[in-house]
Design a protein. Structure first.
Length: 606
C-alpha cells in the first residue's frame, strides 16, 4: 500500500476535495437508503397491511424502521389510505431528487480531485524526466518514457482515484444498508452477514493475479510505443533498405503479445462481475428461504411489507460489495502503472546540484582542463587531457571518430562530469558552479540540427523568448538565413514540420546558428556543424559560423579540416589522448597525424 499512499501524495491538498466529497456522499447515502426504506410504509399503505406494524411510539429514538411504521400507521388512521399513499409517494420523490443531486455533486468533486491528481503527477513526472542527466536518456528507450508519462499516468488517474471514490462511498452505503437491515430484523441480518464473506473470498481468488499481469501489460505497451517511435523516426532508412515487412512483423508480434495479455486480464476482470452477481442471487435465494420460513413460523416478528423491503434492500447490498471487489481488480492495474511511474521519480540525477553553488554572470579569463579522465562502464574514454581555452580564442578538436571529442565538449555545459581531473572556468571548478548560470553563457550548434515543430521565428527565439522581431531578423541575417526564410510561404511564421523536416539540412543548420546568434553567448560550442552539408550549404553555414565566432571563445569539433584552419590552436585527439597540438601550419610541419588527415581529405576531394 506504500505505492498507493505515495500516489495519493500528488493529490495534495487532499482535504480540499476529501471533506466536501465526504459530506456530499453522506447525504447521498442517507437519501439513497431512504428510497428503499420507504418501500415498507408504501406497501403497508397500498395493501392495508397492519399485521406486525408498529402501532405505538417506539421506545428507542434510533429505531428508524419502527418510527417509519408508526408514522405510516398514524397517517393512515388520521387521513386515510389514499392520503397516506400520497404522502409516502411525495417523500419518495423528494428523497430520490436529493439523493441524485448530492450524488451528482459528489461526482463533480471527485472528478476535480481526479484531474488535480493527474495534473500534479504528470507535471512532476515530466519535470523530473527533463531534469535528468543525458546519460539517463542514453540508457532508456524514449518510447518507454513516453508510455509512462502518457499511458501509465492515465491508468493511475482512473484506477487509484476511482478506488478512493469507492472506498469513501461504498462502505458508507454498505453500513447504511446494514443499519436499516438490523433495524428490520437482527436475527435475519446476522445470518446474512455470515454469508457475505464467502462471496468476497471467491471474488478475491479470481482477481489476485491481476497486479502482475497489469505490470507486464504496461511494460509491453511501453515496448510497443518504443518500436513505434523508432519506426517513425527511421522511416527513411526502413524504406531505403526494404525493411518495411520486417518492421511490420516486429511491431505486429509485440502488438499481439500486448493484446493477448490484455485479453487474459479482461477475461479475469470480467469474470468477477457475473460471479458476484450469481453469488448475490444465491444469497438472496437462501435468505428468502430462511427468512420466509421465519415469517411463516412467526419467529421473525416481521410484517409482509417489512420482509419485502428487507429483501429489496439486501438485494442492493451486493452492489457496494461488488463495487468494492471490482475496485481492487482496477486498483491492481493502477498500482502496477504507479510503480512504473514511481520508478522514474525515484531515479536520481547523477549530476544533482546542491543549493550553495556559484552563479557566474560572465566569462572573464579562461576555461582550463587539468588531467581530465573519463571512463564509461570502467572503459576509459579520455585519459589525462589537459589544455586551456583563453577568452576570445578558438580551439579545434580533430581526430578519428570515437576518440572522445564530443565527450570532451560535453563537460563544459555539464552534460557529463569527468571521472578524474578538474575543469574550471575563471579558476572556479565546474562542480561548484550552477548549471543554469553556466549554460546561460554557452551557445551550441550541433551536427544534428535540433529544431521544434513550430514557426521559424519561434525556433530562432527559443534561446531568447522575449526577443523582438527586429532582433530575430538581425540574427537570421548574420546566419545567412533571412533570404531563404523570406522565400517561404509565410516568412518567419512558416511552420517547419517535425524536427524541421520541411527545410533542407543547410537551412536547418542556419536556423540553429541564428538561434545561437540571438542568444549572444560569450562561449560557443560547435560540434561537427558542417559535416553533413553539400558544398553550397557548407559555404553559407561556414560563413555564418565565422560571423558567429567573432569575439567569442569557441571550442569546435570538425571532420572537414578546411573549416578550422584559422583556429588559434588545434588539438588532435586519438584513443582518448591528445597526440598533437598547435596551429594549422605548425601541425603541417610536424608531418604527423594531422598532416595525414589533411592529405587523406585532399585525396578524397580529388
Amino acid at each position: 500500500m506504500n505505492t498507493y499512499f505515495r500516489l495519493l501524495g500528488f493529490a495534495k491538498p487532499i482535504e480540499k476535495y476529501a471533506i466536501p466529497y465526504f459530506l456530499l456522499t453522506v447525504l447521498a447515502t442517507v437519501f439513497n437508503t431512504m428510497n428503499l426504506a420507504l418501500l415498507a410504509p408504501l406497501l403497508a399503505a397500498l395493501f392495508k397491511d397492519s399485521d406486525g406494524i408498529q402501532k405505538t411510539p417506539p421506545e428507542s429514538m434510533t429505531d428508524f424502521m419502527a418510527w417509519m411504521e408508526y408514522s405510516t400507521y398514524k397517517i393512515q388512521g388520521e387521513f386515510g389510505q389514499m392520503q397516506a399513499l400520497q404522502w409516502i409517494c411525495g417523500a419518495i420523490l423528494v428523497s430520490v431528487l436529493l439523493s441524485n443531486l448530492f450524488k451528482y455533486l459528489s461526482f463533480r468533486t471527485m472528478e476535480n480531485f481526479r484531474i488535480h491528481t493527474l495534473l500534479n503527477l504528470r507535471n512532476s513526472l515530466f519535470n523530473h524526466v527533463i531534469d535528468m542527466d543525458l546519460a539517463y536518456f542514453t540508457a532508456q528507450r524514449k518510447g518507454n518514457i513516453i508510455s509512462k508519462i502518457a499511458s501509465d499516468v492515465q491508468v493511475v488517474q482512473y484506477s487509484v482515484t476511482s478506488t478512493l471514490q469507492v472506498l469513501f462511498k461504498e462502505p458508507m452505503q454498505l453500513i447504511a444498508y446494514l443499519v436499516v437491515l438490523f433495524s428490520i430484523s437482527v436475527k435475519l441480518t446476522l445470518f446474512a452477514v455470515l454469508v457475505i464473506p464467502v462471496s468476497a473470498w471467491i471474488i478475491a481468488r479470481i482477481v489476485q493475479k491481476l497486479k502482475a499481469q497489469a505490470k507486464e501489460a504496461q511494460e509491453r505497451f511501453g515496448m510497443m510505443i518504443s518500436y513505434l517511435d523508432e519506426s517513425l523516426a527511421g522511416i527513411r532508412v526502413i524504406k531505403a533498405f526494404n525493411a518495411a515487412d520486417r518492421i511490420k512483423d516486429k511491431f505486429a508480434g509485440e502488438n499481439r503479445a500486448f493484446s493477448d495479455l490484455g485479453r487474459r486480464m479482461a477475461y479475469r476482470q470480467q469474470l468477477a462481475s457475473p460471479t458476484s452477481e450469481f453469488l448475490g442471487v444465491v444469497m438472496v435465494t437462501i435468505l428468502v428461504l430462511y427468512g420466509g420460513n421465519l415469517v411463516l413460523l412467526g419467529d421473525a416478528g416481521l410484517s409482509a411489507a417489512s420482509f419485502i423491503t428487507y429483501i429489496a434492500i439486501f438485494s442492493q447490498i451486493m452492489r457496494p460489495a461488488k463495487a468494492m471487489t471490482e475496485s481492487f481488480s482496477t486498483l491492481n492495474s493502477g498500482l502496477a502503472a504507479g510503480e512504473r511511474v514511481l520508478e522514474v521519480l525515484d531515479e536520481k540525477a547523477e549530476l544533482a546540484e546542491s543549493g550553495n553553488l556559484h552563479r557566474i554572470e560572465d566569462f572573464k579569463k579562461e576555461i582550463r582542463f587539468e588531467e581530465v579522465t573519463f571512463a564509461y562502464d570502467a572503459k576509459p574514454i579520455l585519459k589525462q587531457i589537459s589544455f586551456t581555452i583563453p577568452k576570445g580564442k578558438t580551439i579545434a578538436l580533430v581526430g578519428p571518430s570515437g576518440g572522445g571529442k564530443s565527450t570532451l565538449m560535453d563537460f563544459i555545459p555539464l552534460f557529463h562530469r569527468p571521472t578524474w581531473g578538474r575543469i574550471s572556468i575563471d579558476g572556479i571548478d565546474l562542480k561548484e558552479i550552477s548549471a543554469n548560470s553556466l549554460r546561460s553563457l554557452i551557445g551550441m550548434v550541433n551536427q544534428e540540427s535540433i529544431l521544434f515543430h513550430d514557426s521559424i521565428r519561434n525556433n530562432i527565439a527559443f534561446s531568447k523568448p522575449d526577443a523582438t522581431d527586429a532582433e530575430v531578423e538581425a540574427a537570421a541575417r548574420i546566419a545567412n538565413a533571412h533570404d531563404f526564410i523570406m522565400e517561404t510561404d509565410q516568412g518567419y511564421q512558416t511552420q517547419i514540420g517535425d524536427r524541421g523536416s520541411r527545410l533542407s539540412g543547410g537551412q536547418r543548420q542556419r536556423i540553429c546558428i541564428a538561434r545561437a546568434v540571438l542568444q549572444n553567448p560569450p562561449i560557443l560550442l560547435l560540434d561537427e556543424a558542417t559535416s553533413a552539408l553539400d558544398t553550397e550549404s557548407e559555404f553559407l553555414v561556414q560563413d555564418a559560423l565565422q560571423k558567429l565566432m567573432v569575439n567569442r571563445t569557441t571550442l569546435v569539433i570538425a571532420h572537414r579540416l578546411s573549416t578550422i584552419q584559422k583556429a588559434d590552436q588545434i588539438l588532435v585527439i586519438e584513443d582518448g589522448h591528445i597526440i598533437e597540438r598547435g596551429t594549422h601550419f605548425e601541425l603541417l610541419f610536424m608531418e604527423g597525424a594531422y598532416s595525414k588527415l589533411i592529405e587523406k581529405q585532399s585525396l578524397e576531394k580529388a
